[in-house]
Structures are given as structure tokens and as C-alpha cells.
Write a protein of this length. Structure first.
Length: 119
């Protein structure tokens, strides 16, 4: 065979491979679906930012948790200072903690008994 004929075959085969590669690339980009959950990702980021803002506010400001029961919150830095000050005398701190636990238990309504599955 002549050199021109071999060169022609080589160019034709290389062109065919390039055409098939381009078609495969085009079809992959054409048929690929959109990423799943893009709207959900934005929604979750927004919810996380709102939760972080609310948590930061709850940790760093004064406010009522339940005003009817007289339960308030205070900044965590102030609560840590108060706790350290209260526990300078461990027996007094322990007795205050026990008294608080007893008051909480007395104020909490009793849980109803679980239903009997055999009745």
C-alpha cells in the first residue's frame, strides 16, 4: 500500500475515535441529572444558621425560660462564676444542690403509670 493511503486510513480512524469521544462526552453532559437536594441544602444551611443564632443568644443573654414557674436563664459566663463561687465551700454547695433537686422533684408532676399490656 502507498503511504498516502495509510495516512488516509490513519486520519480516518483517529477522526472516528475523536468523534466517538466527543459524542460520549456530549451525551454524558446532556443526560446527567441536576445534583440532588440543592434546594434542601440551602434550606438546611438556613435552619442551621438560625439555630446557631438562637443558641448564641440563649447562652449569652438574660431571659425567661418559663416566667409562670419563675425559671430564668443567665449568660453562661455569669453562671460559671456563680457556680465556682458557690462551690468554694463544698458541703454548702452540696446541700444547696440537694435542696434544689428536692424542690424540683416535689414541683414536678408525677408521671402516669405505663399502661398494662395484659389488660
Amino acid at each position: 500500500m502507498s503511504k498516502t493511503r495509510i495516512a488516509f486510513y490513519f486520519i480516518a480512524i483517529a477522526g472516528t475515535f475523536l468523534l466517538v469521544a466527543w459524542l460520549v462526552s456530549f451525551m454524558r453532559s446532556y443526560t446527567q441529572p441536576a445534583p440532588l437536594g440543592t434546594a434542601r441544602v440551602a434550606e438546611r444551611r438556613k435552619a442551621r444558621a438560625e439555630a446557631a443564632t438562637a443558641a448564641t443568644e440563649a447562652l449569652n443573654t438574660y431571659g425567661w425560660v418559663d416566667q409562670g414557674k419563675g425559671i430564668a436563664r443567665m449568660p453562661i459566663s455569669n453562671a460559671m462564676v456563680l457556680t465556682v463561687r458557690e462551690w468554694q465551700n463544698p458541703p454548702a454547695g452540696r446541700s444547696n444542690l440537694v435542696a434544689l433537686a428536692e424542690r424540683s422533684a416535689a414541683a414536678a408532676p408525677a408521671a402516669p403509670p405505663p399502661p398494662n399490656p395484659y389488660e
